[in-house]
Design a protein around this ligand. Structure first.
Ligand code: H2B
Length: 96
């Protein structure tokens, strides 16, 4: 099973992940993606969902019009692991 990252490892990983930051009050990372319109936002969600399913690692997320708020945490580990960092990277790549 993936292990929770140390605070230092998480901080370092976040340094290479534009737009991502710590979620206040829990062991998780988050980002608000803002797209041109709903079509772009939902297209992102569709591609990210397929990637997440392939990784067997799933986001907590919320869409309002052209904004997608994402929170990543590994529920099985109770915090941020390398799986969250990998999914965050994939999401950044999909968003372009
Ligand atoms: N996604 C996330 N974010 N955290 C998990 O711990 C997790 C998951 N566990 N997706 C996976 C599914 C697990 O429940 C299955 C059985 O592999």
């Amino acid at each position: 099973m993936a292990e929770r990252l140390s605070a230092e490892a998480r901080r370092q990983a976040l340094g290479g992940l534009p737009g991502w930051g710590e979620v206040q009050g829990r062991d998780a990372i988050g980002k608000s993606f803002i797209f041109k319109d709903f079509n772009e936002a939902f297209g992102f969600m569709t591609r990210a969902a397929l990637a997440a399913e392939k990784m067997d690692h799933h986001p907590e997320w919320r869409n309002v019009y052209k904004t997608v708020e994402v929170v990543l945490s590994t529920h099985d580990a109770g915090g941020v692991t390398a799986l969250d960092i990998a999914l965050a990277k994939t999401m950044n790549a999909i968003a372009g």
